[in-house]
Ligand binder design. Sequence first.
Ligand SMILES: Cc1ncc(COP(=O)(O)O)c(C=O)c1O
Length: 480
Amino acid sequence: MTVSLRSSTCISRASVGHLFQRPKLAYDCSGSVSFPSRPHNLSFKYLEITRQVQLCRTSAMAKAESGIEEIGVDLSLSPRVNSVKPSKTVAITDQATALLQAGVPVIRLAAGEPDFDTPTPIAEAGINAIREGYTRYTPNAGTQELRSAICHKLKEENGLTYTPDQILVSNGAKQSILQALLAVCSPGDEVIIPAPFWVSYPEMARLADATPVILPTRISDNFLLDPKLLRSKLSDKSRLLILCSPSNPTGSVYPKELLEEIAEMVAKHPRLLVLSDEMYEHIIYSPATHTSFASLPGMWERTLTVNGFSKAFAMTGWRLGYLAGPKHFVSACNKIQSQFTSGASSISQKAGVAALGLGYAGGEEVSKMVKAFRERRDFLIKSFGEMQGVKMSEPQGAFYLFIDLSSYYGTKAEGFGAIEDSESLCRYLLDEGQVALVPGDAFGDDSCVRISYAASLTTLQAAVERIKNALAALRSAVPV
Ligand SMILES: Cc1ncc(COP(=O)(O)O)c(C=O)c1O
């Protein structure tokens, strides 16, 4: 497909869509994302400015790239890219940021990122690493110092025994997960993913030429996987089961007994491995407790444990995560990484050592943040519990509330249009309430929306008020 960059970027003002629609070229080329366009134009008050800015940028980008006004370029992409959906969490966060930059006082509760700064001892370790010239490539798998510290942590906190050659440090846990999928999946393999799921799992499975098999869960079961459903879906094609506890987006924590039941089922399928995503391990609210899947009888040999520093240590920008597992699989991931990104940042690895040196489960620094998250969770549970038409399951960990607002579907808002699903509801809440949430559809459950409570109590109070008012307007529009 050869198109003229110039002609594809010259979009008339009249043809520009609504808030969530970006210029076609920006969507195609940059990997930026948008919600699907709608035939009718919705009244998004503030986005005209943002859209115009984006259009100019896109046009400028195309010109800068080509250097001439008209150029023919083959814009076709690999089928691999075309099979992957872009991340809606990133999309809505970008859009909320664009609105803010355009002067709209949006409250952003869409991002999966702690609002705290990286604790000082960790930041200092990074600064010292630079000062001391610790700025060169490290071994591909990560420094011996960091991998030993990770082994120590896994032993002390998770009851798991690993040696440093069974650990692979990467540029964030996202990389660890993708590499694990690339390493173990063959075309035709199935990756079993309970829904609601973290947005990237199905797309990563597709990138690895595998087929995601989504297993729905119920809010009444606290979004926990029903072992009977799992049993009915397992076959010789099942290669990987992905578990995430505490969960993004639901905050559910798998009790040990349920994990044991799942483990019994897994043990009956020799080809089946488990990827246990334990990113939110430390952000957990007692009496809930965390169990590492690999610690269950017979599971060490077939479990790939993923963890990282982004969430518990407020280190999202440091890009540091890791995989622990049997050497055979970890070495395969290591090989992929060696031809892909090489080792993680030397500076971040020094900071990672300092993070693990803070004490059991991150010590006082982490427990301060967890305490704040808990207060916020309690506030939201109470506030939404008092609202009409809201169904919830109390999260036991992470910093998300995944609430069912589907009772508002089928309503209409004056000057906006129909609320049909989680996406239109989130667009409405952004337009009317100026609060950015993520549609549950992105996580495989369209009845819900995800609220990230990685924001101060004051911010959350304001957000709840706005959501309440916006929903109240819908309620009154419901035909009785
Ligand atoms: C469940 C889960 N796993 C993995 C990741 C990846 O984290 P990072 O790449 O920042 O280490 C995230 C980030 O949002 C997550 O929510």
